[in-house]
Design a protein around this ligand. Structure first.
Ligand code: GLU
Length: 492
């Protein structure tokens, strides 16, 4: 069997859109599943809109997602890789022009000397007569003498669409067919010598020996022209798969303006690349194992198959994404989680260097079951680095609003003071003794303590966080809380 060669060919005209990331992922998974080659080719020929910074952003997005390419352009200090480059379309202009010339030599394409004005007038006439705008075919059959007589008048190169019909057996869309007479003789090289997208993409796919062209279904109508070009150029026709778009939560095309359209927004928001990879693939593919949603990258490579690519567009579901992120956070080792959250804590202004690595690992571990995103580490652990300066008002009213609140805090302090071995189990036993001695519910001690130590009503498990906070600091905070409650009571 021919080795699988797949590619993504993003145009660096903006950030890396999640739809493109999904396309990249599906190609990458197929390459990894089959031991094939995954190629990155930057379609940077739209010089007006392409910018170097966007190419870097795309590469960075792929890197972040762990979608590594086997062949592709130079990036971030790494040289270009692959024998069939260059991998920036802008560097392939000569190749495109050479192949266009081959088509002209074979009479499969021809020079068209029609001026812009002539073509515009033709189009307007068609519009006025309510006909689809078509090229008249004026230059289709110029003789060698007529061409010579044109001298150095500028010309574009048009593809001579043959008679017949074009059929694509698309892996996702099924069999699609068009009568060739519906396709105009299209321009493949502009009068300024620039190759047009259709020519460039086919020449590049052909010469890079791409076996499967899997891309967004917005290119399905282009694919007919591409098939004609593949055949005319004598390249082996790849298999096509036109993948559905990603829709937003309301079912509309995921607009570039929406937060999250940019893959790197999710990194900013504290999502793991593993989550995004897992989530994106589910927007266009269903696993054989019915209902299964959680996959590691390795599991995805194993489970992936082209047969299960879907035709209908996947609708974005933030709740599911958050749930998946929580699941992937749980799969990290505490050390990995620690290393991922430390930069976030630094960015939030906390000095984590005062703590040992071992302590920080334990801190990460007690949040691991709770946080839905990495960024949530900040509200879950900020109190470890700075004592609360204010208490959550609602929680104050609920936990410390009763006349006996000060008395409860005093009894908690009294229970804590004699503890010599400051650990989870001893703290738990101290609380259980308070419950047994007073006949009150555990919550009546746990919640006020949490509020005293953290200033909030939610966070990591109380015994775990109290142990980590240490005896002196915990008692200081309880005493400060008791003073606050007394002052509040006096003021009332
Ligand atoms: N450059 C095209 C795009 O960004 C992709 C073309 C292709 O995959 O064939 O939409």
């Amino acid at each position: 069997m021919t080795p699988i060669r797949v590619r993504i060919a993003p145009s660096p005209t903006g950030f890396f859109h999640i739809g493109n990331a999904k396309t990249a992922l599906i190609n990458w998974l197929y390459a990894r599943k089959t031991g094939g080659t995954f190629i990155l080719r930057l379609e940077d020929t739209d010089t007006e809109r392409s910018e170097a910074q966007y190419a870097d952003i795309i590469c960075e997005g792929l890197r972040w997602l762990g979608i590594d390419w086997d062949e592709g352009p130079a990036f971030g200090g790494e040289a270009e890789r692959g024998a069939l480059g260059p991998y920036r379309q802008s560097e392939r202009r000569e190749i495109h022009c050479r192949e266009a010339q081959r088509l002209v030599d074979d009479a499969k394409a021809y020079r068209c000397f029609c001026t812009k004005e002539e073509l515009d007038a033709e189009r307007e006439r068609a519009q006025a007569e309510k006909r689809p705008p078509r090229y008249s075919g004026k230059c289709r059959n110029l003789t060698a003498e007529q061409i010579a007589a044109m001298g150095d008048r500028p010309y574009s190169v048009r593809f001579r669409v043959p008679e017949g019909a074009t059929v694509i057996e698309d892996l996702v869309q099924g069999s699609v067919r068009v009568e060739n007479k519906e396709i105009d003789d299209f321009i493949i090289v502009k009068p300024n010598g620039d190759p047009v997208f259709h020519l460039a993409v086919v020449v590049d796919d052909g010469l890079m020996e791409i076996t499967h062209v899997m891309r967004g279904d917005d290119h399905l109508t282009n694919a007919f022209r591409h098939v004609l070009l593949f055949n005319a150029l004598g390249y082996k026709l790849p298999t096509f798969a036109h993948l559905p778009m990603v829709l937003d939560e309301t079912g509309k095309k995921y607009s570039k303006r929406l937060h999250g359209a940019n893959v790197l927004d999710w990194r900013e928001d504290g999502y793991l690349p593993e989550t995004i990879v897992n989530y994106l693939v589910l927007l266009g593919w269903t696993p054989e194992e019915e209902g299964r949603e959680l996959f590691t990258r390795t599991e995805l490579v194993e489970a992936f198959s082209l047969e299960r690519l879907g035709k209908s567009a996947g609708k974005f579901d933030l709740k599911k994404l958050q749930w998946l992120n929580g699941q992937h956070i749980r799969m990290l080792s505490p050390e990995e989680l620690r290393d991922k959250v430390l930069p976030i804590l630094h960015k939030a202004g906390f000095d984590t260097s005062v703590k040992s690595q071992e302590w920080l690992t334990r801190m990460a571990a007690i949040c691991q079951e709770k946080i839905p995103t990495l960024n949530e580490i900040v509200p879950y652990t900020d109190f470890f680095f700075v004592a609360p300066t204010a208490y959550d008002e609602k929680a104050v009213a609920k936990q410390w609003g009763k006349p006996y609140a000060a008395e409860h805090l005093a009894s908690i302090i009294a229970a804590f003071e004699p503890i010599s071995s400051w650990d989870h189990d001893t703290l738990k036993a101290a609380f259980e003794k308070l419950v047994a001695d007073t006949g009150l519910a555990l919550g009546q001690f746990v919640h006020p303590t949490r509020l005293a130590l953290t200033g909030k009503s939610v966070g990591p498990g109380l015994f775990e966080l109290t142990e980590l906070l240490g005896k002196d600091e915990s008692l200081n905070r309880l005493r400060a809380a008791a003073a606050f409650v007394r002052a509040r009571g006096d003021a009332a």
